[in-house]
Structure formats: C-alpha cells, structure tokens
Design a protein around this ligand. Structure first.
Ligand code: FES
Ligand code: FE2
Length: 392
C-alpha cells in the first residue's frame, strides 16, 4: 500500500501551464492570434476583458474600428473602462485625453492648443486586433514577430446555403462558459480519444451516439500544425468509421461533432482561450445553414443541460467539466502515471516544450506564417466511412 500520508510535495509543470507574460508558455502563446470576443462585443461602450492574465479594454470607435487598449491611461492611470468612445477613438474620463485604436494620443484638452507636440509623442499601450469569422482576434506578442491571422479551409469552403456562425458559450467545455481550471487540462483532452467510450459512452449513459461508444483503434501523429489522432471504429460488414481530430497549436480544437450522423470535413473550430492560469473559455466558429445552430450543440446528461443538474446529478452523470475541473485548478503533473493510451497527451506536451524552446532561442513557433498567401491552413479533421482495407 502507498499511504496518502506520503503525498508530500505534489507539483505542476509551470512551463506548460502558466500564461502570463514572461513565463515560457505565456511567451509561446503570445506568438499567435487569440479570439478575445465576438465581433458584437466590441461596441461604443468600453468593456473590460481578461486574456492571458492581462486586463484590457475592448471598444469600437464611432468609425467602426475595434480597439484593444491597456486599461491604465497613459496620463495618470485612470481606467479607460470609464472612457467615452468617439469618431476617432476613446477619451479618458479624467482629463479627456483622446486615444485612437492604435493608442496614438490625439488630444490633451487641458493643455494649451490641445497638447501640441508632446501629445503626438504619447502612446497608450495597445494590441492589434482583426475581425474574422464573427470573432475579434488579438495579438498580444512582440510586434516585430506578428504572424498573419490564419484562415482555415473548413471555414472558407462553404457548401450550398452555409454561412459562418460564431459562439462564445464554450462549446465542448462540458460545463459553464468560464471553466475554473487551467486551460491545458482541457486542451490536452482533445488528444485523449480513449476517454470517449468511458466518460461519454458508459459512465453517463450514451452522451453522444452509439458509434462513438465503440472503443477505437487510434493512431497519433505530428502534423505541420500540431498533433492529430486518427480513430478507427469497426462498423462491421467490411466498413470502418474513420475520425480525424486535430490539436492545432496554440489552442485550436478541430474536432468533428461527436453527435454528427452525417460524415464530412470538420464543421466547427474551437479556440481555447486562457483567461488566466486557472480559468479558460472557448470561442467557436462553425459552418451552419441556420442561425442559432451552434447554441444548440450542448451535451445533455440524464436528459438535462449541465446548468440544470442538481449536485447529486453532477455526481451521478459526470462529463468533461467534472472530470477536468476535479483534476484541480492546475493538475499535479508530478502525481500522474502516464500509460500507452496517454501517448497523444505525451506528444502534445513534447511539442509544446519544443516550441517553448524555439521561441526562447529566437525562432518562430510551428504554424506561424508571415505572408498572406501562406495564411490559409488546410485541416485534415473530419469523419468518413471507408472500406476496412482502406483505412491503413
Ligand atoms: S488620467 Fe487619463 S487623461 Fe488624465
Ligand atoms: Fe470529452
């Protein structure tokens, strides 16, 4: 017997989990674009958001440009949360300095002539933002290493009647919008197909469909973007179901809906956004033919939505939220016992460590592109039914 009394100093791997500026993973994450809101979250009313442990002010000037500024006014530090938006930017509530979306100071109304040359020199710290797929993406890293904002084939090639819908409710978290644990323990679950038949296929009844309840044969491999798994499920009569899932660095989930009964390229991408070290949320964008479709993609447990469950039902019908949040605010890597079915997790962690090192040595991490034409990413994720002999 190993006594629990001997559990003395459990620890987590800081270099894989912590997201603030200056930490190894924080610096890696800052070399990519992250969604920080829906397009409609940037309005003429400034809003405070939290991203990678930083508090920021998101707004839209009256000319329609979104802006993301550091909250402390460059004058004497009043928060721009209380600012007022105008045609040309946002005006601080305290002494009225006006900043545009790039942080340039345009006016200092308490100064002679509105500030003159001194005004032109002041820069309110800002981050670049771009709008795509109904989301606002921000780049929080060094400006001279800013990659192009990637586009994805599965969101660019639309079928008849299809359009892109964005969602901010954390589809795939298995729980509420803001999940109170480290982002990585959710994200590495993307490379954990073996939990599907257990957690989702037997513990809580059949949460997805019968097909997903079959134990798959799985192959993991590195892709030019991250790690991917190919899951083969034997359907009998010489046919197999082939499902490819991708973890695309830094935090993108390319996971075909486990509920879908129609096969094809993955129709939904999710971006896991670390809010800070111990909470995250997921923004998504997907191809749909009807507005409001993404909102309906929610797991049911015992026929109910997660929010509707009683304490006892959460215990009796656990899902991803219960499994992952119960690992702790940041899971204790020193206490884990990784086995062969954790191969995908091991590969993902190894890839992160390599990329952290690459950035520390002055390089650019996997999947970053610096010319527009290189910004289109072709994903392999999706599902297919193929002849047994062909699945390889
Ligand atoms: S503190 Fe913002 S204008 Fe003075
Ligand atoms: Fe899951």
């Amino acid at each position: 017997m190993r006594s629990a009394y001997d559990l003395t100093s459990p620890s987590y791997d800081e270099s894989l989990t912590l997201v603030t500026r200056g930490t190894p993973m924080g610096e890696l994450l800052r070399r990519y674009w992250h969604p920080v809101g829906l397009v409609e979250d940037a309005t003429q009313t400034p809003r405070q958001i939290r991203v990678l442990g930083e508090d920021l002010i998101l707004f839209r000037d009256h000319a329609g440009r979104p802006g993301l500024l550091h909250p402390r006014c460059a004058h004497r530090g009043a928060s721009l949360l209380y600012g007022r938006t105008e045609e040309r930017g946002i005006r601080c509530c305290y002494h009225g300095w006006l900043f545009d979306v790039d942080g340039n100071c345009l006016e200092q109304p308490c100064e002679p002539n509105g500030g003159g040359r001194a005004c032109a020199k002041v820069q309110q710290p800002a981050y670049p933002v771009e709008e795509l797929y109904g989301l606002i993406f921000a780049y929080l890293g060094p400006l001279d290493r800013k990659p192009v904002l990637p586009r994805y084939n599965v969101l660019e090639e639309l079928g008849p009647g299809e359009f892109i819908e964005a969602d901010d409710t954390s589809i795939g978290s298995g729980g509420p919008v803001i999940v109170p644990c480290n982002w990585l323990q959710h994200y590495e679950n993307v490379m954990d197909p073996f939990h599907v038949p257990i957690l989702h296929g037997s513990f809580s009844g059949v949460q997805f469909n019968e097909r997903m309840g079959l134990m798959p044969k799985v192959r993991f491999e590195e892709s030019p973007r991250g790690i991917q798994s190919t899951q083969i499920r034997d359907l009998g009569e010489g046919k197999v179901h082939r499902r490819i899932t991708e973890a695309v660095l830094p935090t993108i989930r390319a996971v075909a809906s486990p509920r879908a009964t129609v096969d094809g390229p993955c129709s939904l991408l999710g971006w896991v956004l670390p809010i800070d070290d111990t909470s995250f949320r997921i923004y998504s964008a997907g191809r749909v033919t009807q507005a409001g479709t993404l909102r309906t993609i929610r797991s049911h447990f015992n026929g109910k939505l997660w929010q509707e469950l009683t304490e006892a039902e959460h215990r009796d019908f656990p899902g991803d939220y219960e499994a992952q949040v119960s690992q702790g605010p940041i899971t204790l890597h020193s206490e884990e016992h990784l086995v062969s079915s954790d191969r995908g997790i091991g590969m993902l962690r190894r890839l992160y460590r390599e990329q952290v090192k690459r950035v520390a040595e002055g390089g650019d991490p996997i999947g970053t592109a610096f010319a527009d034409e290189a910004g289109l990413v072709a994903l392999a994720a999706g599902t297919e039914v193929v002849a047994d002999a062909a699945h390889g």
